[in-house]
Structures are given as C-alpha cells and as structure tokens.
Design a protein around this ligand. Structure first.
Ligand code: GN1
Ligand code: MG
Length: 370
C-alpha cells in the first residue's frame, strides 16, 4: 500500500525554504488539509511579524506537467481579482504563487517538485459542513468562481488531466480493473463492482451533453470538495476558493456535482458507518440557492435543471474512481489504512443510493429554485 505521506522532516522543509526569499526565519511546519494527491504544509516564518505560507510537494505521477498548472493559475487569477467584490459580504480573496529567489514558480529539490502559495489568513476549511449556512456559502463561492471566469475562453487553459470528469471513461477503466483483478481483490468488492456495473448508462448524461454542446464548455475548478473553500472565522462567510490544480475546461455541473457530493450529508467521505450517510434536503436546497445566487445569471437552462443529475453522476464517478484504485492496488489516492479506497467507494455508493431514494424531493428543490 502507498505510504500515507512521505518524509516531511524539519530539515527537509528548511532546505526547500532556503530557495525562497522569506520575510523572516522558518519556525514550524505542519501538514494541512486532507488532499489525496499532493503533500501540503503550512509553514510559519517569523520576522518582525509572523507570516504563514502554504508549501506543497506535488505528486508528479498525477500532475505530469506542473508548469501547465502554473500557466492555468496565472490565466485565471486576473479574472478572479476583477470579480472579487461581493456586495454585503467580505470580498473574495485569491491565493497566489510565491516565486523562489530566482523568480521561479516551481522548485525542484532532490528530484521532487515543490510550490509555495500564499495563505488565506483568519480563515478555516471543513471536511464536513456544520450547517446549511456553510453549504450555502460554499456554493456561493464556487458559483462566484465559475461566473468570474466566464470571459476566459476555456480552450486557453491547458488540459491538466485529460478526461478528468469523463464518467463513461472512468467506468470503462473500472470494467478493465474488474476483468483483470490484478491484486485479487475483486472478491472483497463484488457488491460494489456490481453496483457500479449496473449504472453504466447513467454515466453518460454530462459527457454526451458536453460533446454535443448542450452544456457549454467553461473554465471550471473541477475539484470542488467543500474543503477547498475557506470560511472567515467571524461570520463564516466563504472568502476564498483554494486548490487550483485542476482548473481547466469542463462544465459547471462538474463543480456543482462535486460540491454537492461533499456537502449534502453530515458524514465523511470515507465513513465506514454507512447508516450515518444520509441526505439532508435542506443542505441541498442551500447548495442550489447559493450556487444560483452567484452563477444563476450565466448558466443555461440545462446547467440549472440538471443539478440533481450532476450530483448523482459525480458521486457515482468518484465512487468508481475509488473502487478502481482499490482494485488496481491503491496507486493513485493516498490511503491511511488498508481498504481505505474500498471504504471510500462504499461511502460514495451509499450516497448514490440515498440520492436515488430522494430523487423526487431533490428535483423539486431544483425546480422550485430555477
Ligand atoms: C482528489 O487531492 P484532493 O483531495 O484535492 C482528486 C479529486 C477527488 C478527490 C476525492 C487530481 O482531490 O478528483 O474528487 O481526491 N484529485 C485528483 O476526495 O485526482
Ligand atoms: Mg485537489
């Protein structure tokens, strides 16, 4: 099984930080976030005041062209800046790349690729929403994000991970992993495999509609887990959207769907107690309303009408990805325990079942809001 995290000792971080012109002396560092791909640390630098930065060791097996990610980030930041104002609420803040002393956005140290980003002060993130206000605010933030990028032609962005949200291709890969069963794990995941196999046709809606133009191609975030939103510590408004690694062309429904996947329940993405995974319709209502508040004016009819469908498809897609990785020997997502990817897949499929069982009420929420 893949190690949970690689060495992140003080000496290593200090050596990496040597490449940067810091406003003080490096003090402490700690792992932050619950990303499944990169290793992310908050580093503290003390000069006349204290400064915080976010330092990341990129997983270049997944992100093969970090310089393209940098180009995409640089392409979107001016648009986000231009639309930062948020009447009646704090303006949105953007994170930016901190260059090395030599002015480079990336650092290669001992063969590994590092990147430093600014830190969003006085703000926090959550893996699980605490209430409908969080859900509303997170959706308002991702709606703001896609609306801010409306004038950026998506074809100007590099395709960071081709077919990232191509659900039928994700399904096809699962079919291959099941057929190969290279790690002899299928016997432990038969029910989950059957669950996904039975939903092959359901994977197609977004991909077909994107290909035939029913859904416009847009510059979108593509990784809208709720923990990629920062909330301010006082009034709990959303103040920033982070993790810009997968910004590229896509549809707004990828973003809405992945956000709803992670904020429609009060359970964790890898909860082993499936009885805790329950849909909360009032959270979904908050998500729909928050997204429409900031993006409603730019979305077309289908981008609004399919918010339920997208939630179900993207939840199914991520379940399929976790299950595939389990069957392929856990080479992609970091795991914290044996069977972690299987637990994650089970939790996603339970959520799909819940979405299916609550379809009428969830569709009514969408219909009432649009
Ligand atoms: C990965 O590393 P993190 O948590 O930001 C993944 C997303 C998944 C997510 C599931 C590049 O994101 O697509 O939705 O895990 N990112 C990549 O938790 O594959
Ligand atoms: Mg990410």
């Amino acid at each position: 099984m893949k190690a949970a995290a690689e060495d992140s000792g003080h000496a290593l971080i200090r050596d990496v930080l040597d490449a940067y012109d810091l406003p003080g002396t490096f003090g402490r560092h700690e792992p932050i976030g619950s990303g499944h791909i990169n290793d992310t640390y908050r580093v503290q630098v003390t000069g006349r005041t204290q400064h915080l930065f976010v330092l990341q060791r990129l997983n270049t097996d997944v992100f093969r062209h970090p310089e393209k990610q940098i180009a995409n980030i640089h392409a979107i930041l001016p648009h986000l800046h231009d639309h930062a104002a948020s009447p009646g609420r704090p303006a949105f803040r953007t994170v930016s790349i901190v260059p090395t002393r030599r002015g480079e956005p990336l650092l290669i140290h001992e063969g590994r690729t590092w990147r430093m980003m600014t830190h969003v002060e006085n703000a926090y993130s959550v893996d699980v929403v605490r209430n409908a206000h969080h859900a509303y605010e997170a959706a308002r933030a991702f709606g703001w994000f896609v609306a801010s990028l409306r004038d950026l032609p998506p074809e100007k962005l590099h395709d960071i991970i081709p077919d990232f949200h191509n659900t039928p291709k994700r399904h096809q890969r699962l079919v291959s992993a099941i057929a190969t069963d290279a790690h002899r794990r299928l016997a432990t995941a038969r029910a989950e495999a059957d669950f996904a196999l039975a939903r092959r046709e359901d994977c197609r809606l977004l991909e077909v509609a994107r290909t035939d133009g029913t859904l416009p191609s847009r510059a979108v975030h593509n990784d809208t887990k709720v923990n990629n939103v920062m909330f301010d510590q006082q009034k709990h408004h959303a103040v920033s959207v982070i993790d810009l690694d997968t910004v590229m062309a896509g549809t707004s429904l990828y973003d809405f769907g992945d956000l709803a996947r992670t904020s429609i329940t009060l359970s964790r993405e890898d909860d082993r107690d499936l009885s805790r995974i329950r849909i909360q319709p009032e959270l979904f209502k908050a998500l729909v309303n928050g997204y429409l508040e900031s993006a409603g004016a730019i979305l077309n009819d289908k981008e609004k009408a399919w918010m339920y469908d997208a939630t179900r498809i993207i939840t199914l897609e991520i379940g399929i990805r976790f299950l595939t990785d389990y069957l392929e020997g856990d080479h992609y997502f970091k795991c914290g325990r044996p069977g972690h990817n299987l637990d994650r897949a089970r939790a996603q499929f339970k959520l799909v079942q819940e979405l299916e069982a609550n379809e009428p009420i969830l569709r009514r929420i969408v219909d009432a809001a649009i």
